[in-house]
Design a protein around this ligand. Structure first.
Ligand code: AMP
Ligand code: ZN
Length: 136
């Protein structure tokens, strides 16, 4: 299904022209309009799923295989030194466009970007508690 007021539905399905670098039956890969680095791209499914929670498992599997292939071909073409895959879900996690997308971010030595978090120092008890929550 497409969502009428969703810009990524329109871009993924070719209704709005964009810098597309790959397309198949299910996905389009486009250049991000505000790239973190040279070549920053987005994998968009052609069906509307707001985020990873909504994305069916078979689409998730195909998106990851495509990401692996794109990372390989983009690294070869761009000569980048590394690669980040980033995928944000919901505003608190930095999502600003509510149509699932997977960021493909080529990294270059000294590119000035930081895609990092601030590590915290939980106690052994706190780690045990979260372990229990996640394994029950
Ligand atoms: P996120 O913060 O994970 O939701 O990422 C949204 C990304 O989409 C940002 O990196 C934006 O620069 C990018 N973006 C938003 N609108 C467009 C557009 N029309 N074409 C290309 N990239 C876009
Ligand atoms: Zn959409």
């Amino acid at each position: 299904m497409k969502k009428d007021d969703c810009i990524f539905c329109k871009i993924a399905n070719g209704e709005i022209p964009t810098n597309s670098i790959y397309e198949d039956e299910k996905f389009r890969v486009i250049l991000d309009m505000g790239p973190a680095t040279k070549g920053h791209a987005l994998i968009l499914p052609k069906e509307h799923y707001a985020n990873l929670y909504e994305l069916p498992e078979d689409w998730a599997a195909e998106a990851m295989v495509l990401a692996k292939r794109m990372a390989g071909s983009m690294t070869e073409k761009l000569g980048c030194d590394g690669f980040n895959l980033v995928q944000n879900n919901n505003p608190c996690a930095g999502q600003t466009v509510f149509h699932f997308h997977l960021h493909l971010i080529p990294r270059y030595e000294n590119d000035g970007q930081e895609i990092l978090w601030n590590p915290t120092s939980p106690s052994a008890e706190e780690l045990k508690e979260i372990h229990q929550i996640l394994t029950k």
